[in-house]
Design a protein around this ligand. Structure first.
Ligand SMILES: [Zn+2]
Ligand SMILES: [Zn+2]
Length: 367
């Protein structure tokens, strides 16, 4: 009994000591690990053909049009998601600006530009020319002064954007509010493409993808764009734990605004949405080849065939199908074991690398 009492006494002494130590810090106790670590995610898609593969979103709204987010938060979101460049493209007209805010068409960019520099995010000044259909909505990016594009006549607006050296692309061509049951091009779009004023089209917008627009890009030599058109908070809209917002990959000579602009006018882009890429064959082929590596394992199966490890270092799984309809996947950032025929070649279609309307990338796994 005595022993038990002394043990209790010692335990009480220890507890007392712990409390008095806490009391010393009663002014402030910092509870570490309660907040999220501010970490930047890495989108692992390789550089190709001597170009940097930049991850970009060229269609973003803020509170300065009909978005619900402050401009600086857009930079933070982009940094955390692993993007290299964003364009803030608030609606220029036909949209009620938030009446409690002071500012004009340039304010959202101006508010975010300093934090973008701090974070190393390339911030591009832009605006969304928002008219009834046709022509509908067009983004003008790399503008110098968005206010000058805020004019009543559509032709004056687009001419001003072109005069400022902007890259202009047609947004969400099949948006249901503009074209409820189809996605067609109007004569005005054809004229704007012919006169070199429209240089690109959103083949993917927010959650909608328009295969017909991919066909137009290939037919008219236009740049393929894929953007989020985000209005709310990105992490509330997309599952960032398991996925990402839709983005445009830009194959850019440098990591700066001028290089991105040059690449967009030259049509060096691809679109990344879900597990899929959309793009010209040459770019998707280069991404596949830069991602996949075949290693001999030094083992043979029961028939004496050599086993190989096919490794994929990118964040995109490759879903493949051979001529007999057999399917296999090289997982993202992973590998699978494979044996080759005597000729060491294996032809497959990569069904999530889309190079045309109902057309996928065809590749040869070659030893
Ligand atoms: Zn729009
Ligand atoms: Zn928009």
């Amino acid at each position: 009994m005595k022993i038990r009492i002394s043990f209790l006494f010692i335990a009480l002494l220890f507890a007392q000591a712990a409390i008095s130590q806490q009391l010393e810090n009663l002014n402030i106790i910092e509870v570490k690990n309660l907040r999220k670590v501010r970490a930047r995610h890495e989108i692992k898609i390789p550089d190709i053909s001597g170009y940097n593969t930049l991850k970009c979103d060229f269609h973003i709204h803020t509170l300065f049009s009909d978005g619900t987010v402050w401009p600086t938060t857009r930079v933070d979101e982009a940094w955390q998601e692993g993007l290299d460049a964003i364009a803030i493209t608030d609606h220029i007209e036909n949209q009620p600006k938030n009446k409690s805010l002071v500012g004009d068409n340039n304010t959202s960019f101006d508010l975010a530009v300093d934090i973008a520099k701090e974070r190393g995010i390339i911030l591009i000044r832009g605006g969304e020319i928002s008219r009834h259909m046709p022509p509908g909505h067009l983004n003008a990016i790399f503008l110098k002064d968005v206010n000058a594009v805020d004019v009543p006549d559509f032709n004056d607006a687009i001419n001003e954007a072109v005069k400022q050296g902007a890259f202009v692309f047609w947004n969400h061509p099949g948006w249901k509010r503009h074209q409820p049951d189809t996605c067609k091009m109007f004569p005005i779009h054809q004229e704007l493409i012919k006169s070199g004023k429209i240089k690109g089209i959103e083949v993917f917008n927010a959650k909608d993808w328009y295969p017909v627009a991919l066909g137009w890009c290939l037919e008219y030599g236009l740049t393929m764009m894929g953007n989020s058109d985000i209005h709310g908070i990105v992490s509330h809209t997309y599952d960032l734990e398991n996925g990402h917002r839709p983005i445009t990959l830009v194959f850019s000579a440098g990591k700066d605004e001028d290089s991105i602009k040059e690449a967009l006018f030259a049509g060096r882009t691809a679109i990344y949405f879900g597990d899929n890429l959309i793009g010209k064959e040459e770019f998707l082929d280069a991404i596949f080849k830069a991602s996949v590596n075949i290693e001999k394992m030094g083992l043979a199966d029961s028939k004496g065939r050599m086993l190989y490890k096919v490794r994929n270092s990118s964040c995109i799984p490759f879903y493949m199908e051979d001529s007999k309809g057999e399917k296999m996947t090289i997982p993202a950032d992973g590998s699978f074991i494979f044996y080759f025929n005597e000729n060491g070649k294996y032809d497959v279609r990569v069904t999530n690398l889309i190079t045309g309307v109902e057309k996928d990338l065809e590749v040869r796994l070659d030893l």
